[in-house]
Design a protein around this ligand. Structure first.
Ligand SMILES: Cc1cc2nc3c(=O)[nH]c(=O)nc-3n(C[C@H](O)[C@H](O)[C@H](O)COP(=O)(O)O)c2cc1C
Length: 313
């Protein structure tokens, strides 16, 4: 989740038995190597790195492989060009998809696991199909390859549902933003905890930095301003180019920027791009990330036991 994922967050998840993942799509070469080294120093457990294929990622992929990243995840677009390198390195690879056809193509390329990202998901959203239908469709298309579901999962009931639908695991974003370890700004965390399940919009609005890329965010004053102006196209929107906040390094965060506010950002946090999935409606409290992993697993076991008791009754 871009700059919102800290080494603390990744390592807490890994140590609790999850697979922490860092997005390295925008890292400079030195920063990428340092990030992987920092994770390695803190945990002996496997972790993953994620590359967004909107941009050429061949150099970063080589760096991830050279640094020995245990799992590599690819998102957004056709991963074909990256597979010769991945296969040669025998790197464990997860490919995110939005349809069963895409999943089949990724499986044929040699992916080790598939992430089925549903329409409910927070952040950038590749496909159009909700997790409830996408997951079993992808499971059927690529069996026996493991399929991990992303989008709409915030607690153990969601994990139990994923398992019941044939999934091998849950890939959870928004819920982990509301942890003390996440680097997200406190106001963004607070708004996720206060959100109802209807609080997000699927839009292309926050496009400075990454145009024409649908994403899901909390509906906010920037969205309302644009909506009230009759939804004009990019370039003609109200307040276009206005700084709404300032990042820690002093750089202006412009209205409609795709950059979200992290700790150290100052200004009108509410008006910035606050990525969140529909699952924000299920998030009510700030929980340490390791405890959250444990809690989700315990809740899933309870949910599965409840379902079993129903079956027997
Ligand atoms: C703040 C934020 C940033 C994200 N950045 C990325 C990213 O860089 N790469 C990626 O594959 N997915 C990214 N995602 C999407 C997640 O991988 C995942 O699909 C999504 O969070 C699942 O839905 P959920 O938020 O309801 O759990 C991001 C999601 C959020 C909330």
């Amino acid at each position: 989740m871009g700059g919102s994922v800290t080494v603390d967050l990744i390592c807490a998840v890994c140590e609790a038995g999850g697979l922490g993942m860092q997005g390295v799509s925008w890292h400079e070469p030195d920063a990428l190597a340092a990030e992987i080294a920092a994770i390695r120093r803190r945990t002996a457990r496997p972790f993953a790195v994620n590359l967004v294929l909107e941009w050429d990622q061949h150099a970063r992929l080589s760096q991830c492989i050279d640094a020995g990243a245990p799992v590599i995840s690819l998102f957004w677009g056709d991963p074909t060009a990256y597979f010769p390198k991945l296969r040669a390195a025998r790197a464990k690879t997860i490919v995110s998809v939005g349809s069963a056809d895409e999943a089949k193509r990724a499986a044929d390329l040699g992916a080790d696991a598939i992430c089925a990202q549903g329409f409910e998901a927070g952040g950038h959203v590749w496909g159009q199909v909700g997790t409830m239908v996408l997951l079993p469709a992808v499971v059927d298309a690529v069996a026996p390859l493991p399929v991990i579901a992303a989008g709409g999962i915030a607690d153990g009931r969601g994990l139990a549902a994923v398992l019941a639908l044939g999934g091998a695991g849950a890939w959870i974003g928004t819920r982990f933003l509301a942890t003390p370890e996440a680097g997200a700004h406190d106001e963004w965390k607070r708004r996720i905890m206060a959100a109802r399940e209807t609080a997000t919009v699927h839009t292309e609005l926050f496009d400075l930095g990454w145009p024409k890329a649908p994403h899901r965010v909390l509906r906010n004053s920037t969205y309302d301003l644009w909506d009230a102006a009759g939804r004009p196209p990019s370039g003609l929107r109200p307040g276009e180019g206005d700084p709404v906040a300032r990042q820690q390094d002093g750089e202006a965060l412009l209205r409609y920027s795709d950059i979200s506010p992290n700790q150290g950002t100052t200004g009108e946090i509410e008006a910035a791009c606050l990525y969140a999935g529909q699952s924000a409606g299920l998030v009510r409290d700030l929980i340490p990330a390791g405890e959250l992993v444990t809690q989700i697993c315990a809740e899933a076991e309870a949910a599965l036991a409840r379902a079993d008791a129903l079956r027997r009754s």
